[in-house]
Design a protein around this ligand. Structure first.
Ligand SMILES: [Zn+2]
Length: 345
């Protein structure tokens, strides 16, 4: 992992530079503060397990037939997302269509055209700078008699995005618009080689250069085997790889508002699962955009038809969503855009 490597090499060159590094980190941490904590709390309180539950049940229902990319069930799910944003009066940077169409030719053979769904709230000070909250909308589809509902994968992440969008909208209407623009991005084709994010990062609606960070959510409603006795956790992956500042902002948001155990085990480059490379955030990271991937780890229903809505831990989903909301709030409202580490790319 980057930070450890840097620290080690500094030890080798001498204590002066080690001191400088320690001092720099201390300064970085001291500069991160939620001056508007009360306001953040007000809108965190609008994120509720009951609303998240309603979203997960709706999005993972049989109506969408397992949301297989390019198939009628996924198109219907995309329409569901668009209708939600219309009903919440949240605009799209693409105007009235909300869809970023991806042609069949961009997919591997046998997969039909599909779409990312994009909504946003425009920043009032730095509208060209964007923070993207993403979650993939597709899943495994169905076989003859079995629908893969994908409640955790990724009904949970989708519900979190919808609930955060509503909270940011309410804040905007009540006089607290974001300084930067915040984008709600529902990516298609994650289950087929991260195609939706590959397309978005190749044909971005906002330039990659102006994309401050990507917070990507893929499965945050369950508890894995390693945490059966301590479910108050979330795996945080990638936060420190491109921006040390982003890592500390995430830690500060958690300390201030949620007190989850941020588990970095899966962020280790030596982790054999290599999750950092396995969901949509990676396409953003490859373009130099700092990312955080939020994940609950695998469980017995992962990619099984038994990944259903009644198995989601809704109080925990609420808490994890609040962590992401607080982090996003900081990223869009800080006076200074977060920095990418000079030695990161
Ligand atoms: Zn997934």
């Amino acid at each position: 992992m980057k930070v450890q490597l840097v620290a080690l090499s500094l030890v080798l060159v001498g204590s002066c530079s080690t001191l400088r590094h320690t001092e720099k980190i201390k300064q970085l941490k001291n500069n991160i503060a939620f001056d508007d904590a009360k306001t953040v709390q007000t809108y965190l309180n609008t994120i509720t397990e009951s609303e998240l539950k309603a979203h997960v049940y709706a999005f993972s229902s049989d109506e969408f037939q397992g949301r297989k990319v390019g198939e009628p069930g996924h198109h219907k799910a995309s329409q569901f997302l668009k209708d939600y944003y219309l009903s919440e009066n949240i605009a799209s940077p693409l105007g009235s269509k909300y869809y970023q169409h991806i042609p069949e030719s961009f997919f591997s053979e046998g997969i039909k055209n599909s779409q990312n769904v994009i909504a946003y709230i425009k920043g009032n000070q730095y509208p060209d700078e964007v923070v993207i909250i993403s979650a993939h909308s597709d899943h495994e589809g169905y076989t003859d008699n079995t629908i893969y509902n994908g409640a955790d994968d990724n009904g949970s992440g989708t519900a979190a995005v919808l609930e955060m969008a509503q909270a940011f909208k309410k804040a905007t209407l009540e006089g607290h618009p974001p300084k930067r623009s915040i984008v709600f991005l529902h990516l298609t084709g994650e289950e087929v080689n991260l195609t939706g994010s590959r397309y978005y990062t190749k044909y971005p609606v906002f330039s990659m250069k102006n994309t401050v960070a990507n917070l990507n959510i893929d499965m945050i409603g369950r508890v894995d085997e390693a945490h059966t006795n301590n479910e108050n956790y979330i795996y945080v992956i990638g936060a420190d790889r491109l921006s040390t500042e982003l890592h500390y902002i995430s830690e500060m948001a958690n300390a201030e508002f949620t007190n989850l155990e941020l588990d970095y085990k899966l962020n280790s480059d030596s982790d054999p699962n290599r999750y950092y490379y396995r969901s949509d955030h990676y396409n953003f990271a490859q373009k130099g955009v700092p990312v955080i991937f939020y994940f609950n780890g695998e469980h017995e229903d992962y990619h099984e038809p038994t990944d259903t809505a009644e198995k989601i831990n809704y109080p925990l989903l609420e808490k994890r969503t609040k962590l992401i909301f607080a982090t996003a709030w900081y990223l869009v409202n800080s006076d200074k855009r977060i920095e990418v580490d000079v030695d990161a790319i």
